[in-house]
Design a protein around this ligand. Structure first.
Ligand code: 5GP
Ligand code: ZN
Length: 137
């Protein structure tokens, strides 16, 4: 189920060109047009869902296997030292394209790719953990 207005759906359909590195019945993987590091790739389900909350389970269950398969090949080809596997949901979290996707970002020792945060304080975590536990269905 694709969406005519969505740029990633257009890429999946081949209406917009991309540097594809992998494809199967459910996913395609392409190199990012504005990479955080050399070889940065993006996994796209062949199903239009805005984010992790609306992506059907069958895709969620498979996406990490695709991530591992592609990352392993990228590690081999790029000779990188590590890889970030990450995924943004919502504008506040950095999402700019609202078709679920997973980033594979090759990392090289000493690179300055900015995926980091300043450690904060855990005040209130006892109560917070209890509330979230209760909310989990
Ligand atoms: P987000 O910020 O939503 O997590 O990630 C969207 C990613 O898609 C960005 O890294 C951006 O560079 C990439 N992107 C956006 N448009 C295109 C495109 O037309 N082609 C490719 N290959 N990547 C794109
Ligand atoms: Zn889409």
């Amino acid at each position: 189920m694709l969406n005519d207005e969505c740029i990633f759906c257009k890429i999946v359909k081949g209406e917009i060109p991309s540097n594809k590195i992998y494809e199967d019945d459910d996913f395609m993987v392409m190199l990012d047009i504005a990479p955080a590091s050399k070889g940065h790739a993006v996994i796209l389900p062949k199903y239009h869902a805005e984010n992790i909350f609306t992506l059907p389970d069958e895709y969620l269950e498979k996406v990490l296997k695709v991530a591992r398969k592609c990352s392993a090949a990228m590690m081999e080809v790029l000779k990188c030292d590590g890889v970030n596997v990450l995924q943004n949901n919502g504008e506040a979290a950095g999402q700019t394209v609202f078709h679920y996707h997973m980033h594979l970002i090759p990392r090289f020792n000493g690179d300055n790719v900015g995926i980091c945060w300043k450690p904060g304080t855990a005040d209130g975590n006892d109560e917070l953990a209890a509330k979230i536990r209760e909310a989990i269905k």
